[in-house]
Design a protein. Structure first.
Length: 287
């Protein structure tokens, strides 16, 4: 008696230089994948265009009939970035394997920085992510910080390119955590510190401003620091939550008042509707 069981094509695996044309071909048969996330595609495309893409253990998976089972975001990023990158490609993958794809816990930027030996790695990763988003916000590439996904590679590269940013993270944590400190979230504090320093301010003056935000020693009546602390305390008492962009607006606007020696009675979170983040001024010598 002849065995009538249909032959199963053997699973194959190879590393392929995926061009935009090849990526488009692979994406043509993609009927059942999850909804495409444009922000994730844009983030991956930035890595590819910057030359930061590396081959991972997560392969593009294609069924025997040509159906794309895994890899739509990476392939879409190839077409968006108009670059060719190496990817692992498995072919003749059983279609039932689709249910088990993308179910493991994903390694975060914080996990990566921890493995690299950074102290306070998860806080540091959150701060770096917000700094990346804020810089694009300030150049008018987006009006919503949450509309930008930031890749692990972009977070890693930030600490390579800007090692001093870790000092901003440390200052933010101290400002938040000392008894009686300014209880704003750590990422906006760290990003505000970095932006003010990047504007050309003496780092000792910037550190003193944040030290006084935590403990307003020798700050006179009418100081913007008292006004900001009162606003944050009111937010906590009323359980008011604001997006990170609003926290940054308050911190940067308040710095500008403080740096110029101006008195302030109240601090506003931000104007209604769309708004621009204030550009930090340079404190005069002797501030």
């Amino acid at each position: 008696m002849t065995d009538q069981t249909p032959a199963i094509a053997p699973l194959t695996h190879e590393y392929v230089l995926v061009t935009p044309e090849l990526a488009s071909q692979m994406l043509e048969n993609n009927p059942s994948n999850r909804r495409l996330r444009p922000r994730q595609v844009a983030a991956l495309a930035r890595d590819m265009a910057a030359g930061n893409w590396t081959v991972s253990n997560d392969d593009v998976c294609i069924a025997a009939d040509g159906t794309l089972l895994n890899g739509q975001h990476r392939l879409s990023a190839v077409t968006l970035s108009k670059t060719a990158v190496m990817m692992g490609v498995k072919r003749n993958v059983p279609t039932e394997a689709f249910r088990n794809m993308d179910t493991p816990i994903i390694r975060t930027a914080g996990d990566y920085l921890t493995a690299q030996g950074y102290a306070n790695a998860r806080n540091a990763a959150g701060c770096a992510r917000l700094l990346f988003q804020t810089r694009r916000f300030m150049t008018n590439l987006t009006r919503d910080l949450n509309n930008i996904n930031v890749t692990v590679t972009e977070v890693e590269q930030m600490f390579i390119d800007e090692p001093d940013f870790m000092h901003s993270v440390d200052v933010a944590m101290e400002t938040n955590r000392v008894p009686g400190g300014l209880k704003l979230r750590i990422p906006p504090l760290a990003v505000a510190h970095r932006l003010i320093a990047d504007a050309g301010n003496d780092i000792e003056v910037v550190d003193r401003y944040f030290s006084h935000l935590a403990t307003p020693v020798d700050e006179p009546a009418g100081s913007p620091i008292h006004a900001l602390r009162a606003r944050v305390q009111s937010m906590r008492e009323t359980k008011q939550t604001l997006p990170a962009a609003n926290h940054l607006y308050m911190l940067l606007k308040n710095w500008n008042f403080w740096a110029k020696g101006e008195s302030v009675a109240r601090v506003f979170a931000a104007p209604n509707g769309d708004f621009y983040l204030p550009r930090p001024v340079v404190a005069p010598e002797g501030r």
